[in-house]
Design a protein around this ligand. Structure first.
Ligand SMILES: Nc1ncnc2c1ncn2[C@@H]1O[C@H](COP(=O)(O)OP(=O)(O)OP(=O)(O)O)[C@@H](O)[C@H]1O
Length: 465
Protein backbone atom coordinates (compact mmCIF):
# COMPACT_ATOMS: atom_id res chain seq x y z
CA UNK A 1 0.00 0.00 0.00
CA UNK A 2 1.32 3.40 -0.87
CA UNK A 3 2.55 5.62 1.91
CA UNK A 4 1.53 8.70 -0.01
CA UNK A 5 -1.61 9.72 1.82
CA UNK A 6 -2.34 12.49 -0.72
CA UNK A 7 -2.65 10.03 -3.55
CA UNK A 8 -6.20 9.86 -4.84
CA UNK A 9 -7.66 6.40 -4.54
CA UNK A 10 -11.18 7.27 -5.74
CA UNK A 11 -12.08 10.07 -8.08
CA UNK A 12 -15.52 10.89 -9.44
CA UNK A 13 -15.80 13.48 -12.15
CA UNK A 14 -19.29 14.79 -12.96
CA UNK A 15 -20.87 11.37 -12.43
CA UNK A 16 -24.58 10.90 -13.07
CA UNK A 17 -26.80 7.84 -13.02
CA UNK A 18 -30.15 7.62 -14.72
CA UNK A 19 -32.63 4.78 -14.24
CA UNK A 20 -35.29 4.35 -16.91
CA UNK A 21 -38.71 4.04 -15.30
CA UNK A 22 -41.20 2.08 -17.39
CA UNK A 23 -44.91 2.24 -16.73
CA UNK A 24 -45.17 -1.46 -17.59
CA UNK A 25 -42.94 -4.34 -18.77
CA UNK A 26 -44.67 -3.97 -22.09
CA UNK A 27 -43.13 -0.50 -22.47
CA UNK A 28 -39.70 -1.93 -21.78
CA UNK A 29 -40.15 -4.29 -24.73
CA UNK A 30 -41.43 -1.48 -26.94
CA UNK A 31 -38.37 0.57 -26.06
CA UNK A 32 -36.06 -2.35 -26.86
CA UNK A 33 -37.48 -2.55 -30.35
CA UNK A 34 -37.60 1.20 -30.93
CA UNK A 35 -35.14 2.72 -33.37
CA UNK A 36 -32.17 4.50 -31.68
CA UNK A 37 -33.57 7.94 -32.54
CA UNK A 38 -36.54 7.21 -30.20
CA UNK A 39 -34.13 7.16 -27.29
CA UNK A 40 -36.41 7.70 -24.34
CA UNK A 41 -39.81 7.21 -25.89
CA UNK A 42 -41.22 4.55 -23.58
CA UNK A 43 -39.74 5.46 -20.26
CA UNK A 44 -39.30 8.34 -17.90
CA UNK A 45 -35.80 9.27 -16.84
CA UNK A 46 -35.07 9.13 -13.16
CA UNK A 47 -31.74 10.66 -12.18
CA UNK A 48 -30.56 8.89 -9.02
CA UNK A 49 -27.19 10.71 -9.15
CA UNK A 50 -26.46 14.09 -10.68
CA UNK A 51 -23.11 15.71 -11.36
CA UNK A 52 -21.20 14.06 -8.53
CA UNK A 53 -17.59 15.16 -8.34
CA UNK A 54 -15.37 14.17 -5.44
CA UNK A 55 -11.74 13.22 -4.92
CA UNK A 56 -10.95 10.81 -2.11
CA UNK A 57 -7.34 10.51 -1.01
CA UNK A 58 -5.98 7.18 0.18
CA UNK A 59 -6.59 6.62 3.88
CA UNK A 60 -9.68 8.80 4.25
CA UNK A 61 -12.81 7.60 6.02
CA UNK A 62 -15.83 9.16 4.39
CA UNK A 63 -19.32 9.06 5.85
CA UNK A 64 -22.23 9.30 3.46
CA UNK A 65 -25.50 10.54 4.89
CA UNK A 66 -28.81 11.44 3.32
CA UNK A 67 -32.49 10.76 3.53
CA UNK A 68 -34.01 7.53 2.21
CA UNK A 69 -33.77 7.38 -1.55
CA UNK A 70 -31.20 10.18 -1.79
CA UNK A 71 -28.81 8.03 -3.84
CA UNK A 72 -26.35 6.70 -1.25
CA UNK A 73 -26.49 3.05 -2.31
CA UNK A 74 -26.44 4.01 -5.98
CA UNK A 75 -23.30 6.06 -5.37
CA UNK A 76 -21.56 3.16 -3.64
CA UNK A 77 -22.59 0.75 -6.40
CA UNK A 78 -21.21 3.10 -9.03
CA UNK A 79 -17.91 3.32 -7.13
CA UNK A 80 -17.79 -0.47 -6.79
CA UNK A 81 -18.44 -0.91 -10.51
CA UNK A 82 -21.71 -2.78 -9.94
CA UNK A 83 -23.54 -0.02 -11.78
CA UNK A 84 -22.06 1.90 -14.64
CA UNK A 85 -22.61 5.65 -14.62
CA UNK A 86 -24.81 7.20 -17.29
CA UNK A 87 -22.41 10.14 -17.51
CA UNK A 88 -19.07 11.20 -16.05
CA UNK A 89 -15.99 9.28 -15.04
CA UNK A 90 -15.22 7.03 -12.08
CA UNK A 91 -11.59 6.23 -11.28
CA UNK A 92 -10.77 3.73 -8.54
CA UNK A 93 -7.18 2.69 -7.81
CA UNK A 94 -7.30 -0.09 -5.29
CA UNK A 95 -8.87 -3.36 -4.28
CA UNK A 96 -12.42 -2.82 -3.02
CA UNK A 97 -14.18 -5.00 -0.49
CA UNK A 98 -17.81 -4.00 -0.32
CA UNK A 99 -20.53 -4.83 2.11
CA UNK A 100 -23.56 -3.64 0.24
CA UNK A 101 -27.19 -4.52 0.70
CA UNK A 102 -28.05 -8.03 1.72
CA UNK A 103 -28.25 -10.35 -1.21
CA UNK A 104 -25.30 -8.91 -3.09
CA UNK A 105 -22.14 -10.94 -3.29
CA UNK A 106 -23.15 -14.44 -2.17
CA UNK A 107 -24.67 -17.29 -4.15
CA UNK A 108 -27.63 -18.49 -2.07
CA UNK A 109 -27.33 -22.11 -3.26
CA UNK A 110 -23.72 -22.45 -2.10
CA UNK A 111 -22.66 -23.11 1.47
CA UNK A 112 -21.01 -20.42 3.56
CA UNK A 113 -17.64 -22.12 3.07
CA UNK A 114 -18.08 -22.23 -0.72
CA UNK A 115 -19.15 -18.60 -0.75
CA UNK A 116 -16.07 -17.57 1.21
CA UNK A 117 -13.93 -19.08 -1.56
CA UNK A 118 -16.11 -17.65 -4.31
CA UNK A 119 -16.20 -14.19 -2.76
CA UNK A 120 -12.51 -14.23 -1.88
CA UNK A 121 -11.64 -15.10 -5.47
CA UNK A 122 -13.86 -12.32 -6.82
CA UNK A 123 -12.04 -9.96 -4.47
CA UNK A 124 -8.71 -11.00 -5.92
CA UNK A 125 -7.31 -13.62 -3.52
CA UNK A 126 -5.77 -16.90 -4.65
CA UNK A 127 -7.18 -20.21 -3.35
CA UNK A 128 -4.10 -20.62 -1.14
CA UNK A 129 -4.54 -17.17 0.32
CA UNK A 130 -8.19 -17.88 1.13
CA UNK A 131 -7.30 -21.26 2.63
CA UNK A 132 -4.73 -19.59 4.85
CA UNK A 133 -7.33 -17.11 6.10
CA UNK A 134 -10.36 -19.38 6.20
CA UNK A 135 -10.20 -20.28 9.90
CA UNK A 136 -9.87 -16.65 10.86
CA UNK A 137 -12.83 -15.71 8.67
CA UNK A 138 -14.98 -18.49 10.14
CA UNK A 139 -13.95 -17.49 13.68
CA UNK A 140 -14.85 -13.85 13.06
CA UNK A 141 -18.23 -14.77 11.53
CA UNK A 142 -18.85 -17.13 14.45
CA UNK A 143 -21.84 -18.86 12.87
CA UNK A 144 -20.84 -22.39 13.95
CA UNK A 145 -22.04 -25.26 11.80
CA UNK A 146 -23.96 -22.96 9.52
CA UNK A 147 -20.71 -22.37 7.66
CA UNK A 148 -21.44 -25.66 5.85
CA UNK A 149 -25.12 -24.90 5.18
CA UNK A 150 -26.40 -23.18 2.03
CA UNK A 151 -26.47 -19.43 2.50
CA UNK A 152 -30.18 -19.35 1.60
CA UNK A 153 -30.87 -20.91 5.01
CA UNK A 154 -29.12 -18.07 6.84
CA UNK A 155 -30.79 -15.37 8.87
CA UNK A 156 -29.94 -11.85 7.73
CA UNK A 157 -27.70 -11.51 10.79
CA UNK A 158 -25.71 -14.63 9.88
CA UNK A 159 -25.41 -13.43 6.33
CA UNK A 160 -23.93 -10.10 7.41
CA UNK A 161 -21.55 -11.82 9.80
CA UNK A 162 -20.08 -13.92 7.04
CA UNK A 163 -20.05 -11.11 4.46
CA UNK A 164 -18.27 -8.77 6.85
CA UNK A 165 -15.80 -11.44 7.91
CA UNK A 166 -14.83 -11.99 4.27
CA UNK A 167 -14.71 -8.28 3.47
CA UNK A 168 -12.20 -7.47 6.21
CA UNK A 169 -10.00 -10.50 5.63
CA UNK A 170 -9.23 -9.85 1.97
CA UNK A 171 -6.89 -6.98 2.94
CA UNK A 172 -8.89 -4.42 1.01
CA UNK A 173 -7.46 -1.04 0.11
CA UNK A 174 -10.98 0.34 0.08
CA UNK A 175 -13.72 -0.88 2.39
CA UNK A 176 -17.28 0.06 1.52
CA UNK A 177 -20.00 -0.52 4.06
CA UNK A 178 -23.62 0.28 3.31
CA UNK A 179 -25.60 0.32 6.56
CA UNK A 180 -25.60 -3.47 6.35
CA UNK A 181 -24.06 -3.75 9.79
CA UNK A 182 -27.24 -2.52 11.38
CA UNK A 183 -28.68 -5.97 10.66
CA UNK A 184 -26.26 -7.70 13.00
CA UNK A 185 -26.83 -7.78 16.74
CA UNK A 186 -25.26 -5.05 18.84
CA UNK A 187 -22.41 -7.18 20.09
CA UNK A 188 -21.43 -8.06 16.54
CA UNK A 189 -21.82 -4.47 15.42
CA UNK A 190 -19.36 -3.39 18.05
CA UNK A 191 -16.89 -6.03 16.89
CA UNK A 192 -17.25 -4.78 13.30
CA UNK A 193 -16.79 -1.15 14.22
CA UNK A 194 -13.67 -2.01 16.18
CA UNK A 195 -12.34 -3.79 13.10
CA UNK A 196 -13.27 -0.90 10.81
CA UNK A 197 -11.37 1.41 13.15
CA UNK A 198 -8.32 -0.83 12.99
CA UNK A 199 -8.48 -0.97 9.18
CA UNK A 200 -8.85 2.79 9.03
CA UNK A 201 -5.87 3.25 11.32
CA UNK A 202 -3.80 0.99 9.09
CA UNK A 203 -4.49 3.26 6.12
CA UNK A 204 -7.46 1.56 4.47
CA UNK A 205 -9.85 3.99 2.78
CA UNK A 206 -13.35 3.52 4.16
CA UNK A 207 -16.65 4.65 2.68
CA UNK A 208 -19.48 4.30 5.06
CA UNK A 209 -23.20 4.88 4.63
CA UNK A 210 -24.99 5.41 7.89
CA UNK A 211 -28.09 7.05 9.28
CA UNK A 212 -26.37 7.33 12.63
CA UNK A 213 -24.91 10.77 13.27
CA UNK A 214 -22.88 9.41 16.16
CA UNK A 215 -21.19 6.76 14.03
CA UNK A 216 -20.38 9.20 11.24
CA UNK A 217 -18.87 11.82 13.55
CA UNK A 218 -16.96 9.18 15.48
CA UNK A 219 -15.63 7.13 12.60
CA UNK A 220 -15.15 9.48 9.69
CA UNK A 221 -12.80 12.33 8.92
CA UNK A 222 -15.02 13.71 6.16
CA UNK A 223 -18.69 13.37 5.33
CA UNK A 224 -20.95 14.13 2.44
CA UNK A 225 -24.66 14.77 2.38
CA UNK A 226 -26.58 13.47 -0.60
CA UNK A 227 -30.01 14.77 -1.43
CA UNK A 228 -31.96 13.86 -4.53
CA UNK A 229 -28.79 12.49 -6.07
CA UNK A 230 -26.70 15.62 -5.51
CA UNK A 231 -23.94 16.36 -3.04
CA UNK A 232 -25.37 19.26 -1.09
CA UNK A 233 -22.76 19.30 1.66
CA UNK A 234 -19.20 18.05 1.92
CA UNK A 235 -16.89 18.72 4.81
CA UNK A 236 -16.25 17.90 8.44
CA UNK A 237 -18.58 15.16 9.69
CA UNK A 238 -19.91 17.42 12.43
CA UNK A 239 -20.92 20.17 10.03
CA UNK A 240 -22.39 17.78 7.50
CA UNK A 241 -24.35 15.87 10.12
CA UNK A 242 -25.73 19.15 11.46
CA UNK A 243 -26.92 20.02 7.95
CA UNK A 244 -28.34 16.55 7.46
CA UNK A 245 -30.35 16.90 10.67
CA UNK A 246 -31.57 20.29 9.60
CA UNK A 247 -32.92 18.73 6.43
CA UNK A 248 -34.16 15.53 8.04
CA UNK A 249 -36.20 17.18 10.75
CA UNK A 250 -37.52 20.03 8.64
CA UNK A 251 -41.27 20.29 8.17
CA UNK A 252 -42.25 19.19 4.68
CA UNK A 253 -42.99 22.70 3.44
CA UNK A 254 -39.51 23.93 4.45
CA UNK A 255 -37.47 21.12 2.88
CA UNK A 256 -37.12 22.77 -0.55
CA UNK A 257 -36.00 26.06 0.98
CA UNK A 258 -33.41 24.37 3.19
CA UNK A 259 -31.99 22.18 0.47
CA UNK A 260 -31.77 25.23 -1.79
CA UNK A 261 -29.78 27.10 0.86
CA UNK A 262 -27.47 24.12 1.42
CA UNK A 263 -26.87 23.67 -2.31
CA UNK A 264 -26.01 27.32 -2.71
CA UNK A 265 -23.60 27.16 0.20
CA UNK A 266 -21.88 24.11 -1.22
CA UNK A 267 -21.70 25.47 -4.76
CA UNK A 268 -20.47 28.86 -3.65
CA UNK A 269 -18.23 27.44 -0.94
CA UNK A 270 -19.65 29.84 1.63
CA UNK A 271 -18.20 29.37 5.06
CA UNK A 272 -20.73 28.04 7.51
CA UNK A 273 -21.95 30.44 10.07
CA UNK A 274 -22.11 29.28 13.64
CA UNK A 275 -25.63 30.51 13.65
CA UNK A 276 -26.62 28.12 10.94
CA UNK A 277 -25.14 25.11 12.60
CA UNK A 278 -25.51 26.07 16.20
CA UNK A 279 -21.96 24.93 16.77
CA UNK A 280 -20.49 27.84 18.66
CA UNK A 281 -18.83 25.16 20.69
CA UNK A 282 -18.02 27.21 23.70
CA UNK A 283 -17.13 24.22 25.77
CA UNK A 284 -17.66 24.19 29.49
CA UNK A 285 -14.55 25.30 31.36
CA UNK A 286 -13.88 21.99 32.95
CA UNK A 287 -15.20 18.84 31.37
CA UNK A 288 -17.45 16.85 33.62
CA UNK A 289 -18.47 19.80 35.77
CA UNK A 290 -22.11 20.81 35.68
CA UNK A 291 -22.37 24.45 34.78
CA UNK A 292 -25.13 26.31 36.56
CA UNK A 293 -24.77 29.64 34.80
CA UNK A 294 -27.76 31.83 34.19
CA UNK A 295 -27.88 31.30 30.46
CA UNK A 296 -26.18 29.20 27.84
CA UNK A 297 -25.08 31.39 24.94
CA UNK A 298 -24.37 28.53 22.55
CA UNK A 299 -27.90 27.14 22.72
CA UNK A 300 -30.36 28.28 20.13
CA UNK A 301 -33.74 27.62 18.57
CA UNK A 302 -33.89 25.78 15.26
CA UNK A 303 -37.45 26.50 14.18
CA UNK A 304 -37.31 23.77 11.57
CA UNK A 305 -36.49 21.04 14.03
CA UNK A 306 -39.84 19.55 14.91
CA UNK A 307 -40.76 15.96 15.63
CA UNK A 308 -42.84 14.23 12.98
CA UNK A 309 -43.96 11.51 15.38
CA UNK A 310 -46.03 13.46 17.90
CA UNK A 311 -49.05 11.58 19.23
CA UNK A 312 -51.76 13.37 21.22
CA UNK A 313 -53.71 11.13 23.58
CA UNK A 314 -57.43 11.72 23.99
CA UNK A 315 -57.93 14.50 26.53
CA UNK A 316 -59.96 13.76 29.67
CA UNK A 317 -60.70 17.33 30.73
CA UNK A 318 -57.16 18.66 30.43
CA UNK A 319 -55.07 19.92 27.53
CA UNK A 320 -51.28 20.31 27.25
CA UNK A 321 -50.30 23.56 25.57
CA UNK A 322 -46.98 24.59 24.05
CA UNK A 323 -44.45 22.15 25.47
CA UNK A 324 -40.96 23.60 24.94
CA UNK A 325 -37.44 23.97 26.33
CA UNK A 326 -36.08 27.22 27.76
CA UNK A 327 -32.79 28.42 29.13
CA UNK A 328 -32.84 29.58 32.74
CA UNK A 329 -33.43 33.13 31.52
CA UNK A 330 -36.48 32.06 29.56
CA UNK A 331 -35.05 31.96 26.03
CA UNK A 332 -36.62 29.22 23.89
CA UNK A 333 -34.10 26.67 22.61
CA UNK A 334 -34.02 23.21 21.11
CA UNK A 335 -30.33 22.91 20.26
CA UNK A 336 -28.60 22.76 23.59
CA UNK A 337 -25.18 22.50 25.22
CA UNK A 338 -24.36 19.50 27.36
CA UNK A 339 -23.87 20.05 31.10
CA UNK A 340 -25.99 23.21 31.14
CA UNK A 341 -29.32 23.61 32.86
CA UNK A 342 -32.58 23.96 30.96
CA UNK A 343 -36.26 24.08 31.79
CA UNK A 344 -38.81 21.90 30.08
CA UNK A 345 -42.19 23.55 30.43
CA UNK A 346 -45.77 23.33 29.27
CA UNK A 347 -49.10 24.84 30.24
CA UNK A 348 -52.16 22.76 31.06
CA UNK A 349 -55.67 24.02 30.65
CA UNK A 350 -58.29 22.17 32.70
CA UNK A 351 -61.67 22.22 30.95
CA UNK A 352 -63.04 19.97 33.74
CA UNK A 353 -62.29 19.81 37.45
CA UNK A 354 -59.68 17.23 38.34
CA UNK A 355 -58.46 15.54 41.49
CA UNK A 356 -55.12 14.00 42.52
CA UNK A 357 -53.23 15.71 39.71
CA UNK A 358 -49.56 15.25 38.87
CA UNK A 359 -47.46 16.38 35.93
CA UNK A 360 -44.61 14.55 34.25
CA UNK A 361 -42.05 14.22 31.48
CA UNK A 362 -39.92 11.57 29.80
CA UNK A 363 -36.79 11.93 27.66
CA UNK A 364 -36.20 9.32 24.96
CA UNK A 365 -33.61 8.53 22.32
CA UNK A 366 -34.37 8.41 18.61
CA UNK A 367 -34.90 4.66 18.90
CA UNK A 368 -37.45 5.22 21.66
CA UNK A 369 -35.31 4.15 24.60
CA UNK A 370 -36.51 5.91 27.75
CA UNK A 371 -33.48 7.61 29.28
CA UNK A 372 -35.13 9.34 32.18
CA UNK A 373 -38.13 11.25 33.28
CA UNK A 374 -39.87 12.56 36.34
CA UNK A 375 -43.10 13.51 38.03
CA UNK A 376 -44.03 16.74 39.78
CA UNK A 377 -44.88 14.95 43.04
CA UNK A 378 -45.38 11.59 44.69
CA UNK A 379 -48.90 10.26 44.40
CA UNK A 380 -49.75 11.15 48.00
CA UNK A 381 -48.56 14.71 47.38
CA UNK A 382 -50.55 15.24 44.18
CA UNK A 383 -52.64 18.45 43.88
CA UNK A 384 -55.90 17.48 45.60
CA UNK A 385 -58.35 19.47 43.45
CA UNK A 386 -58.01 21.66 40.38
CA UNK A 387 -61.10 23.64 39.41
CA UNK A 388 -62.53 23.73 35.94
CA UNK A 389 -61.13 26.65 33.89
CA UNK A 390 -57.75 26.65 35.69
CA UNK A 391 -54.54 27.06 33.74
CA UNK A 392 -51.33 25.69 35.24
CA UNK A 393 -47.73 25.99 34.18
CA UNK A 394 -45.62 22.87 34.76
CA UNK A 395 -41.84 23.40 34.66
CA UNK A 396 -39.05 20.89 35.06
CA UNK A 397 -35.48 22.11 35.45
CA UNK A 398 -32.80 19.61 34.54
CA UNK A 399 -29.10 19.44 33.79
CA UNK A 400 -28.50 18.16 30.29
CA UNK A 401 -26.11 15.33 31.05
CA UNK A 402 -26.53 13.73 27.64
CA UNK A 403 -24.20 12.85 24.79
CA UNK A 404 -24.50 14.68 21.47
CA UNK A 405 -27.55 13.60 19.50
CA UNK A 406 -31.28 14.03 19.08
CA UNK A 407 -33.75 13.38 21.89
CA UNK A 408 -37.52 13.42 22.22
CA UNK A 409 -39.68 14.59 25.12
CA UNK A 410 -43.06 13.37 26.30
CA UNK A 411 -45.46 15.44 28.40
CA UNK A 412 -48.20 13.98 30.53
CA UNK A 413 -50.76 14.90 33.21
CA UNK A 414 -52.32 12.25 35.43
CA UNK A 415 -55.28 12.52 37.78
CA UNK A 416 -57.51 10.23 39.82
CA UNK A 417 -60.42 8.86 37.86
CA UNK A 418 -62.52 6.40 39.86
CA UNK A 419 -60.16 4.20 41.86
CA UNK A 420 -56.96 4.73 39.92
CA UNK A 421 -54.61 7.23 38.29
CA UNK A 422 -55.02 7.82 34.60
CA UNK A 423 -53.68 10.20 31.95
CA UNK A 424 -55.89 13.28 31.71
CA UNK A 425 -53.79 14.30 28.72
CA UNK A 426 -50.56 13.16 27.20
CA UNK A 427 -48.33 14.01 24.27
CA UNK A 428 -45.79 11.46 23.11
CA UNK A 429 -42.82 13.04 21.29
CA UNK A 430 -44.24 16.43 22.17
CA UNK A 431 -40.96 18.07 21.19
CA UNK A 432 -37.43 17.20 20.24
CA UNK A 433 -34.07 18.73 21.01
CA UNK A 434 -30.51 18.20 19.95
CA UNK A 435 -27.44 18.21 22.15
CA UNK A 436 -24.43 19.73 20.43
CA UNK A 437 -21.19 17.78 20.29
CA UNK A 438 -18.70 18.73 22.99
CA UNK A 439 -15.09 18.11 21.96
CA UNK A 440 -13.99 18.27 25.61
CA UNK A 441 -16.37 15.60 26.87
CA UNK A 442 -14.58 13.06 29.04
CA UNK A 443 -17.73 11.11 29.78
CA UNK A 444 -18.48 8.21 27.47
CA UNK A 445 -21.85 6.71 26.63
CA UNK A 446 -25.24 8.36 26.57
CA UNK A 447 -25.41 9.85 30.06
CA UNK A 448 -22.70 11.74 31.92
CA UNK A 449 -22.68 10.20 35.37
CA UNK A 450 -20.39 12.95 36.63
CA UNK A 451 -17.63 10.44 37.18
CA UNK A 452 -14.76 11.94 39.14
CA UNK A 453 -11.59 10.17 37.97
CA UNK A 454 -8.67 9.68 40.34
CA UNK A 455 -5.44 8.19 39.06
CA UNK A 456 -2.67 7.35 41.56
CA UNK A 457 0.80 6.01 40.98
CA UNK A 458 1.09 3.11 43.43
CA UNK A 459 4.78 2.62 42.73
CA UNK A 460 7.37 4.23 40.53
CA UNK A 461 10.47 2.94 38.97
CA UNK A 462 13.48 4.42 40.80
CA UNK A 463 15.53 6.74 38.65
CA UNK A 464 19.15 5.67 38.50
CA UNK A 465 21.82 8.36 38.55
N1 LIG B 1 -32.65 -0.08 -10.42
C1 LIG B 1 -33.35 1.00 -10.18
N2 LIG B 1 -34.33 1.39 -11.01
C2 LIG B 1 -35.03 2.52 -10.79
N3 LIG B 1 -34.85 3.34 -9.73
C3 LIG B 1 -33.89 3.01 -8.86
C4 LIG B 1 -33.10 1.82 -9.02
N4 LIG B 1 -32.22 1.77 -8.00
C5 LIG B 1 -32.47 2.84 -7.22
N5 LIG B 1 -33.46 3.59 -7.74
C6 LIG B 1 -33.99 4.84 -7.21
O1 LIG B 1 -32.91 5.73 -7.04
C7 LIG B 1 -33.08 6.52 -5.87
C8 LIG B 1 -31.87 6.38 -5.00
O2 LIG B 1 -31.85 5.07 -4.47
P1 LIG B 1 -30.73 4.59 -3.44
O3 LIG B 1 -31.03 3.17 -3.09
O4 LIG B 1 -29.39 4.90 -4.00
O5 LIG B 1 -31.03 5.56 -2.21
P2 LIG B 1 -30.45 5.48 -0.72
O6 LIG B 1 -30.03 6.87 -0.38
O7 LIG B 1 -29.42 4.41 -0.62
O8 LIG B 1 -31.75 5.11 0.08
P3 LIG B 1 -31.95 4.32 1.49
O9 LIG B 1 -31.42 5.22 2.58
O10 LIG B 1 -33.42 4.16 1.55
O11 LIG B 1 -31.20 3.02 1.37
C9 LIG B 1 -34.36 6.03 -5.21
O12 LIG B 1 -35.41 6.89 -5.54
C10 LIG B 1 -34.58 4.66 -5.83
O13 LIG B 1 -35.96 4.36 -5.90
Amino acid sequence: MSSNSDELIISLDDVSKMFPIYKSPHHRLLQMFSPPRDKARWYKQFWALRNISIDIPRGETIGIVGRNGSGKSTLLQVICGILSPTGGKVTVKGRIAALLELGAGFNPEFTGRENVFLNGTVLGLSREEIEARFDEIAAFADIGEYIDQPVKSYSSGMYVRLAFAVAIHVTPEILIVDEALSVGDEAFQRKCFARINALRDSGVTVLFVSHSAGIVTELCNRALLLDRGEIIALGSPREVVAKYHKLLFAPQEKVAEIRGALRRETQEGIALSDDFLGESLSAPESPGSFVQEEDSGASYLDEHMLPVSTVHYVNLGANIIDPHLETLSGRRVNVVTAEHDYIYTYDVHFSESAVGVRFGLMVKTVSGFEIGGGASALQQDAIAVIDRGTRIKASFRFTCRLAAGAYFLNAGVVGLVGEGETFLCRQVDAMMFRVMPDPNRLATGLVNLGIDPKIEFLSMREVEN
